[in-house]
Design a protein around this ligand. Structure first.
Ligand code: PEP
Ligand code: MG
Length: 526
């Protein structure tokens, strides 16, 4: 067998994986084009498809079930229903949300009916609501074979999330950035990944090794390579301390250590007592399609699961940070808006999430965090949405509570006027975005790491200034800088005493903190 050729790359997530290559099309070419249909035409198509599916079901089913399906078909054919959805589309709502909003109103009416028979119909309508919704939003990128090594220029976060990594596998990117969203996901799931390998020739199926420890890609020259697929993921430390993430610096000051979570199942292998709670849950990695964004019950179940895990500890759910390089699958209207700006421009998305969060809040220490906040009005306007949805839930008799609402500090303008954010209950520094806007270089670019390193003094100066402006409000940090032990002293010196990090970083940050004083100076004897 010929010796493998080695390519120097940069490590983005540790561990070694070997397997057949899956060579991806360039992202732009592979992405599905935005739908050119109007909302009305999309709705008509989806209703016709759902009707056809139901008609096929009638022929295969018993008479009782047949009656239910006939009733569902009748509802779908009702022109009043289409008109009601159409009115919402004309008012600017996305077709999926117009459909969900109309059907939810109908379901609520049936649920509140005095007649048993009418109440029993609610579930039949729920069924057609979900059937049409999945047709409207069922756009997903092609998956690649389990156990293979993804090779390409870049990778979409939604593709990473949809893939089954249980059989191992890894990622080798020609370009990319270690601070990009996929790298962040790879580290949190312990998937070996390298970036910046440069464009290299490889055939689909050819064996390849990704060494995320050394930052190397090795290609087998013979296609009929016999190296079995394997994946040596970094061992997740078993030496986690059950101190509830409450540590003391060498001179006795308290520091909190929380975890960052991207998907609800990530917490399954982590004992809750090893952290003060969840300092950042990136909801956009759990709510990955327009269908999920319109699905209040699915979101409620995700958030509730995290609160159950936390067992009374704080759980900070960040509202959807979608837009820009984190598109929501199915949201085809092109826009450069991201985070809270997009949510306020598409309030139907924010309202569904707000309702799910309001209902979750009664089960524990939920805190809601807003992404990419720039101005105080961003927080005020979102707070108003929570108030309105709370009033609506109260009218329907649904138990809920308004949780504390805080914000990410990841836009430099917000950091520099933190004292003006009167309606924010807490602040969390997002150094990944702060750095990209400070150095004027997209964080997904290969050169970003270099610029970021050289701009560390600027980021630290900004943080220490912002901590002072925050006054008495709780302040924490959840950007990647929090998980880098070589920066712990600087962050303590800047006045930050609550760190939220990827679970794998807990041991390193814990040992860094105990060797330092509260002001970041080294403890005597260290
Ligand atoms: C950040 O910007 O530092 C942050 C934590 O948010 P994200 O990485 O999800 O953009
Ligand atoms: Mg950010």
């Amino acid at each position: 067998m010929a010796a493998p050729s080695r390519l120097k790359a940069t490590s983005a997530s540790p561990g070694v994986a070997t397997g057949p290559a899956y060579v991806a099309e360039p992202v732009a070419a592979a992405a599905s084009p935005p739908s050119s249909l109007s909302g009305h035409a999309e709705l008509g198509d989806a209703i016709r498809t759902a009707t056809r599916e139901l008609q096929n079901l009638v022929t295969e089913t018993d008479p009782d079930s047949g009656d239910i399906i006939e009733f569902q078909i009748e509802v779908l054919q009702d022109p009043t229903l289409t008109e009601m959805v159409g009115t919402r589309i004309d008012a600017g709502e996305n077709v999926a949300f117009a459909w969900v909003g109309t059907l939810d109103g109908y379901i609520l009416e049936l649920e509140c009916s005095e007649e048993d028979q009418m109440r029993a119909r609610a579930v039949d309508i729920l069924d057609i609501k979900n059937r049409v919704l999945s047709i409207l939003t069922g756009t997903s990128l092609d998956d690649f074979p389990a156990g293979s090594i993804y090779v390409g220029r870049d990778m979409e976060p939604s593709r990473f999330l949809a893939h089954d990594w249980s059989a191992g596998g890894g990622i080798a990117l020609y370009g990319g950035s270690a601070v990009g969203h996929v790298a962040l996901l790879a580290r949190s799931r312990s998937i070996p990944m390298v970036i910046g390998a440069g464009e290299f020739a490889i055939e689909g199926g050819q064996h390849i090794e990704v060494d995320g420890d050394l930052g190397v890609v090795s290609l087998q020259t013979a296609k009929e390579n016999t190296t079995p697929a394997r994946s040596d993921r970094p061992a997740t430390s078993t030496a986690l301390s059950a101190d509830n993430g409450r540590l003391r610096t060498a001179d006795g000051s308290q520091v909190l250590l929380s975890i960052n979570v991207n998907a609800p199942d990530e917490v399954d292998s982590i004992p809750a007592a090893t952290a003060a709670g969840i300092g950042l849950m990136r909801s956009e990695f759990a709510v990955t399609s327009l269908g999920d964004a319109a699905n209040e019950e699915k979101q409620f179940a995700i958030y509730r699961r995290l609160l159950d895990w936390a067992d009374g500890r704080a759980v900070t759910i960040r509202m959807l940070d979608i837009g820009g390089d984190k598109p929501l699958a199915g949201l085809t209207d092109a826009s450069s808006l991201r985070g809270v700006r997009l949510l306020l421009a598409r309030p139907e998305i924010a309202r569904v999430q707000a309702r799910a969060l309001l209902r979750t809040a009664i089960f524990g220490g939920l805190r809601v965090m807003l992404p990419m906040v720039t101005f105080p009005s961003d927080v005020d306007n979102m707070r108003e949405i929570f108030r309105e949805e709370s009033t609506e839930l109260a009218r329907r008799g649904v138990p809920h509570r308004i949780p504390p609402i805080g914000m990410m500090v990841e836009v430099p303008a917000a950091a520099l006027m933190l004292d003006r954010f009167e309606s924010a209950d807490f602040f969390s520094f997002g150094t990944n975005d702060l750095a990209q806007y400070l150095v004027a270089s997209p964080r997904e670019d290969a050169d970003f790491a270099l610029y970021q390193d050289r701009a560390v003094p600027a980021v630290l100066r900004l943080l220490s200034q912002a901590v002072k402006l925050a006054g008495a409000k709780p302040v924490s940090i959840c950007g990647d800088m929090a998980g880098d032990p070589s920066r712990t002293a600087d962050l303590l010196a800047a006045g930050i005493h609550h760190f939220s990090v990827a679970p794998a970083r807990l041991p390193a940050i814990r040992s860094a903190i105990v060797g330092l004083n509260a002001d970041g100076t080294k403890a005597a004897g260290e």
